[in-house]
Design a protein around this ligand. Structure first.
Ligand SMILES: NC(=O)c1ccc[n+]([C@@H]2O[C@H](COP(=O)([O-])OP(=O)(O)OC[C@H]3O[C@@H](n4cnc5c(N)ncnc54)[C@H](O)[C@@H]3O)[C@@H](O)[C@H]2O)c1
Length: 263
């Protein structure tokens, strides 16, 4: 893939999809660092021989400090690829949007959208130095379809997709590519919290287990009728960063079993 020995950073890489992306970059021979606010950052970093830094993406100065620490840890290896995989939902269920209150929005926008913006600002000086590289933002099909499930989450993901196109245009003259990667449904803590918010609202006789809910939902919403796997998102991120992705920028790529076209 041409990634051997190149520096890659996965923000939100301690768990779930981000962890799978960090593993995939490491397996492709990249030198990897992960940034995450979770305590799991240390154990994940150890497990995949990456550098681990605990930081909250909403804290821009903490993100700038994380970049400095990674530069020191990487020594002569420049940071060339950045993947933004941190994210969270509101913990509430829409349908309709007024089941949430305006107070449910700021933290969701802050982590999902401003975290991506903070990451881009913190890393861009490094990427510009190298005049090559890539950024991938893990967005969501929710950002393309007006998903009512969690309105602030959908709006934040739409914002990421738009910012990725803006950044792709700005960075193209420097040989740096920027894309959005959109999963559909993947079994992670985040997805489980969507289920929980839904289940809490159901009358006793309509409550389901996570497995029952997931099985019926993927069959209803995804033409391929199956869950996506973290490794499938990771494979696309590695492809985009690799020499095979050299002509791909400003794109929104879905790994969703066809859900977005079915909506
Ligand atoms: N699971 C799905 O079905 C699904 C679908 C579409 C998009 N996504 C997106 O994929 C990405 C990864 O989500 P996941 O499903 O693996 O969830 P996850 O909860 O397993 O992982 C999210 C990671 O982000 C980290 N994080 C959250 N807030 C942070 C903060 N303020 N600072 C630093 N780190 C923070 C968490 O600690 C965690 O390690 C997210 O952007 C999510 O929106 C997930």
């Amino acid at each position: 893939m041409g990634l051997n020995g190149s520096g890659a950073v996965v923000v939100g890489g301690a768990n779930g999809i981000g962890r799978a992306i960090a593993e995939a970059f490491a397996e492709s021979g990249a030198i990897v660092a992960i940034i995450d606010r979770s305590e799991a950052v240390a154990t994940t970093a150890l497990a995949i021989s990456a550098f681990g830094i605990k930081a909250d993406v909403t804290d821009y100065s903490a993100m700038q400090a994380a970049v400095s620490s990674i530069k020191s840890a990487f020594e002569a290896t420049p940071i060339v690829h950045v993947v933004y995989a941190a994210g969270m939902g509101s913990g509430k269920f829409g349908f309709p949007f007024w089941n949430l209150s305006p107070a449910d929005w700021p933290r969701v926008l802050d982590v999902n959208l401003m975290g991506a913006v903070n990451t881009a600002h913190a890393f861009v000086p490094q990427l510009l130095e190298g005049k090559t590289g890539s950024i991938a933002f893990i967005a969501s099909i929710a950002g393309q379809i007006g998903s009512q499930t969690d309105p602030p989450y959908s709006a934040a993901k739409a914002g990421i997709i738009n910012f990725a196109m803006c950044a792709a245009k700005d960075l193209a003259p420097y040989g740096i590519r920027v894309n959005s990667v959109c999963p559909g449904m993947i079994q992670t803590d985040l997805n489980r919290s969507v289920f929980q918010a839904w289940n809490d609202r159901q009358p006793e006789d309509a409550k389901m287990t996570y497995e029952e809910w997931g099985a019926s939902k993927v069959k209803t919403v995804a033409p391929l009728g199956r869950w996506q796997q973290p490794g499938e998102i990771a494979a696309l991120c590695v492809y985009l960063a690799s020499k095979h992705g050299i002509n791909i920028t400003g794109q929104t790529l879905n790994v969703d079993g066809g859900q977005v076209m079915h909506w």
